[in-house]
Design a binder for this molecule. Sequence first.
Ligand code: NAD
Ligand code: MG
Length: 394
Amino acid sequence: MIQVSLLGATGSIGESTLDVLARNADRYQLFAVSGYRRLDQLFNICCQFQPSYAVVPQESAASFRQRLADQGLATEVLEGEEGLATIASHEAVQVVVAAIVGAAGLLPTLAAVEAGKRILLANKEALVVAGALFMDAVRKHQATLLPVDSEHNAIFQCLPDHFGKQPLADQGIEKLLLTASGGPFRGWSLSDLAGVTPAQAVAHPNWSMGQKISVDSATLMNKGLELIEACWLFNLQPASIEVVVHPQSIIHSLVSYRDGSVLAQLGNPDMRTPIAHALAWPERIDAGVAPLDLMTAGALHFEQPDEQAFPCLNLARQAFISGGTAAATLNAANEVAVEAFLQKRLAFNQIPELIEEVLQLTNIQPANNLDILLSEDRHARDVAGRCLTRFSKP
Ligand code: NAD
Ligand code: MG
């Protein structure tokens, strides 16, 4: 039995992962889970899967422990960041699913890397914040990093076998084509976007996801974060990665080769496919996803992203090019901006404005070590918080 630790079990990726695990219970055992809020849901997960460990925030640990004991469950409750690092690096575990949202996922995911685990990476922010350090640690500790983000998983599936061993250009690859659905506001102008509400922004046309990534999809920051994620995963510069809007979300991304071949991975938009792929790679297991019916899928469309109406994509591209701590700053400012937008303290179009202002007010430093990155993350959040008070409320 392969033992799995699931960081962020109560989220959207967490839920899809649990579904795949339950379908393949003869191969995989859920060893440990974590949850942050929605602890009723975590309790139900513990009842169903009976993991050895559950990690909750420190302040909830005592009551959660009591609840499990009352139910007669043997699941041991661990607390906070230390608990997350424990389940990510536990010697009994082979696979760690990194499905916490935001920079909060960085340290536990790095703990899994340093323990040399097979990591199923959904938490793209970890790579955005600390890409260089993260990839160095993957090599040093011989961890197996497998992308769960659907686009990166698609690219991974279209690459030659010796992924990571040789530069892509030496393997005849000219560029990657990263597909974007365009989100719920595709085709809207900057002025159309001025009054959009959180409810409109989180209503994604093709994917059901957590709130933060749904807002990121609506602003195209998600594609910006994914561009950075792809640069680190595949060791490329942004110039080799083209973003293509494809509203149907049937093609999940493409790889363009020197001889004119373009390979793509297609499928119904369901995160259980990339999760199952990364879980079983190089084998294949059932994901519970219906095969794509091309007749129902119909015509597939492609267009260029509108970088005027959606400036976040270019903000992310430029932050990667700037290097050092710039992407960590961008990520922190974006997390603050998205949270403020969801609380109706910031207008939709003010999200990129706030991020740009924070980038202007902070100095880029070399990202030599984790302490610098974590302190820049805190600093950028402080600066963003102060800027917020100057923005007029929507
Ligand atoms: P979500 O909001 O549904 O779930 C987030 C999980 O993280 C929850 O289990 C929550 O308890 C936990 N969490 C939140 N804050 C935390 C903190 N401070 N400390 C510890 N745990 C915390 O998010 P999601 O949509 O499942 O996305 C998770 C990650 O996967 C994100 O990085 C997202 O970008 C990425 N991703 C998601 C999808 C998708 O379809 N949902 C697709 C591709 C990539
Ligand atoms: Mg994606």
